[in-house]
Each structure stands twice: as structure tokens, then as C-alpha cells.
Write a protein that binds this ligand. Structure first.
Ligand SMILES: NC(=O)c1ccc[n+]([C@@H]2O[C@H](COP(=O)([O-])OP(=O)(O)OC[C@H]3O[C@@H](n4cnc5c(N)ncnc54)[C@H](OP(=O)(O)O)[C@@H]3O)[C@@H](O)[C@H]2O)c1
Length: 222
């Protein structure tokens, strides 16, 4: 059995965070939902626990969650990313940050936006410094797919990063939610993965579907 890490989902109270919390807690990870407000985090953790039928997920202020975790997962709007990571930088040193954030430029979120840093993920790595191992993952997994344990998550997860061990952990986290985690190369490639999210948002709008996703063909069976 692989080691199950303590995960803190920073900003885990929104669309994407609770579904990830649900799936990871169900798979045996210790999960903390983080928020700017501890009471909001506790309320959302309670909602996730109600779905699980067990009190597995806890809620804390982002700072306490970042302190308590082995691995932090970032799920906040891109525009708020720098300020939160700047505040949490000392607490994240030596840890892994799984970046689910996507560089989007509202209101045209169905158009690819490439920030100066290359991607949200490279921006996070540059801000946090080399002692935090940042990986890009789950950026193409829509919130809609995550919230119901009776329905499998029908997509692959592309994972980019410069640290092989951190990527292997993110691949395990993808497998834990029932998806296939695929090593998609170095952190520099996160720009392509994040860009795909804008394409998927546009597909959802044009085809009137709640959550299109991606699959890679041509690989040996998982
Ligand atoms: N939604 C999806 O389907 C999806 C799929 C893949 C990737 N993503 C990416 O994942 C990230 C989160 O998406 P989401 O839809 O979950 O976002 P969201 O619901 O709009 O926001 C998530 C949480 O971010 C926190 N937040 C909002 N403004 C903040 C600020 N100024 N400073 C600090 N925290 C703030 C809030 O938590 P508190 O108020 O509790 O602090 C909020 O509940 C985005 O970068 C998005 O592009 C989303």
C-alpha cells in the first residue's frame, strides 16, 4: 500500500476543491479544506463529510492547513494566486504544491491566456522558490465530474513538473480519484495543459455540456 499523505486544499471551498476533497478522502487520504475563513472551511468540510457518511475531512484557515499538510493543493482564482502564495511561502517550504489553478483572463476564459511567467504553474514555482516542488495537475478536470462518488471521473490527468518524485505522488493522487495520471513532461509544459482548459471551457459552451475532458490514446493499458 502506498503512503497516504495529508493534503491541504487551499481555497478548497469553491467549485473544484470540495469534489477533490471528497474523492481523496474516500481514497484514504487525510484531507484538510483551507479557506480565508476557518468557519467557512469547517462548513464546507461538513458538507463533504455528509456525502462521505463519515467525518474524514477537516476545515481550517489556509495558513493552518498549509502548516499541517504534507502536500498543498491550490484551487483559487488565478488573479488571487500571487497574494495567497506570497503569504503562505514560508509555510510551504520543503513541501509539494499541486497546482490546479489555470491562468485565465476573465471574462474571456474560453480563450487561451499565456501570462508573462508562461503559466500559472511556472508563476507559482518562481514565487515559491526551489525548495517547494510545484507540479501542475487536475487542471483539465472539471468540477462537475468530481462531486458524485457514484459516477467515475471520465478523463486523464496530465501532470507536469521538474521533480520526478513529486510527479509520481501526483500520479498516485490522480489514480486515487479514478483517473489516469500521465507524466506530461517538465513544468515548462504546463502552459499547454492550462491552455487546454480554456479550450475545454469553450467546448462546454459550444456543445452545451457540463464537463468535457481529455483522454490520451495510444498508451498501454493502465
Ligand atoms: N471549476 C472548475 O471546474 C475548474 C477545473 C479545473 C481547474 N480549475 C481552476 O481551479 C481554480 C479554482 O477554481 P474554482 O472554480 O474552484 O474557483 P472558485 O470557486 O471561484 O474559488 C475557489 C476558492 O478560492 C477562494 N478565493 C476566492 N478569491 C480569493 C482571494 N482573493 N484570495 C484568496 N482566496 C480566494 C475562495 O475560498 P474562501 O472564500 O473560502 O477563501 C473560493 O471558494 C481556478 O484557478 C480554476 O481555473 C477550476
Amino acid at each position: 500500500m502506498t503512503q497516504k499523505y495529508a493534503l491541504a486544499i487551499l481555497g478548497g471551498t469553491g467549485n473544484e476543491g470540495p469534489g477533490l476533497a471528497l474523492r481523496w478522502a474516500h481514497a484514504g487520504y487525510k484531507v484538510i479544506i483551507g479557506s480565508r475563513k476557518a468557519d467557512k472551511a469547517q462548513r464546507v468540510a461538513g458538507e463533504v463529510n455528509a456525502k462521505l457518511g463519515q467525518d474524514l475531512v477537516t476545515g481550517m484557515a489556509n495558513e493552518d492547513a498549509a502548516q499541517a499538510c504534507d502536500i498543498a493543493v491550490l484551487t483559487i482564482p488565478y488573479a488571487a494566486q500571487n497574494a495567497l502564495l506570497d503569504a503562505l511561502k514560508p509555510l510551504l517550504q520543503g513541501k509539494i504544491l499541486v497546482n490546479v489553478n489555470v491562468a485565465l483572463k476573465p471574462p474571456k476564459v474560453a480563450r487561451v491566456y499565456i501570462p508573462e511567467a508562461g503559466s500559472s504553474t511556472e508563476q507559482a514555482q518562481a514565487l515559491l522558490g526551489p525548495e517547494v516542488r510545484v507540479v501542475a495537475a487536475f487542471q483539465n478536470v472539471g468540477a462537475h465530474a468530481l462531486g458524485d462518488l457514484d459516477h467515475p471521473v471520465e478523463c486523464d490527468v496530465l501532470i507536469c513538473g521538474d521533480d520526478k518524485a513529486a510527479k509520481a505522488i501526483a500520479i498516485e493522487m490522480a489514480e486515487a480519484i479514478g483517473t489516469r495520471g500521465i507524466d506530461a513532461g517538465p513544468l515548462q509544459n504546463a502552459v499547454a495543459v492550462e491552455s487546454l482548459t480554456s479550450i475545454l471551457i469553450g467546448i462546454n459552451i459550444r456543445y452545451k455540456v457540463p464537463g468535457s475532458g481529455i483522454r490520451i490514446t495510444g498508451l498501454p493499458p493502465a
